[in-house]
Design a protein. Sequence first.
Length: 234
Amino acid sequence: MRSPHVLIVEDDESLGLALVDAFERDGYRVDHVIDGREALERGLARRFDLIVLDLMLPGMDGYEVCKRLRAAGRDSPILMLTARGREEDRVHGLDLGADDYLCKPFSLRELLARARARVRAKKPIAPQRVAFDGIEIDLGARVVREGSRVAQLTPLETGMLSILLAHRAEVVTRHRFLDEVWGYDRHPTTRTIDMHMARLRAKLGADDVIATVHGVGYRFDPPESFEVRDIDVA
């Protein structure tokens, strides 16, 4: 099994060297760049298992690097590092397509744990439009249609359904929903998952396609009529 390959983008020399050393000791293959434009070029040229991206960089800031990588369809997990701890800064980075956000100063142990989680969590791409039994789901538009009936999905419901569709016929644990949809800093109780799932099932109008795996989580069981209309590879 090959070692995961990480791109570290950090212009502070001492911190950059410390990160390279820590990731190499944790079993990663490491590329290290100090300039935003070079980071973009590397990220466009190949797929990394993880990109650790500082925000304040010469040449191009981390926000712009992230934005351009996502616009080009690059799906490597991005973990942003920054001294900016304001909520609006974190939200902006996540909205641009970052997968996680860690404020300086930080613990190397926590950084490596988050990195391992992101590498493990790299998942299949969910189909954006599917149909079955007269029901059409459009994740991009966040709608479910069945004849003249149209149900609008919330962002949380869309995130949950996206995970289920990406892992069809596999059990998705409640804790995975909490980590990937709600995030590290917002862990409600697992009962919250059940409540949102009940609403999602009601909007689908097909309770039997999402099975409850008692004590664990949920599983999407595609019926024979299940059809993928298209896949968003971005």
